[in-house]
Design a protein. Structure first.
Length: 49
């Protein structure tokens, strides 16, 4: 019974941590994207000019 309880507990923790990790990942992408976009625009304009 103890093994089943700990298994359910760890599963519950993982399901709770998934949205947190996902939101952190999204916020990380959002914070990195402008830098990448500016760098990309710089390279494009540099290549055109």
């Amino acid at each position: 019974m103890n093994g089943i309880k700990t298994g359910l507990g760890s599963r519950r923790v993982s399901t709770l941590s998934v949205p947190i990790l996902r939101s952190a990942e999204i916020s990380g992408i959002v914070s990195v994207f402008p830098v990448v976009a500016v760098d990309f625009a710089d390279r494009c304009s540099g290549g055109v000019v």
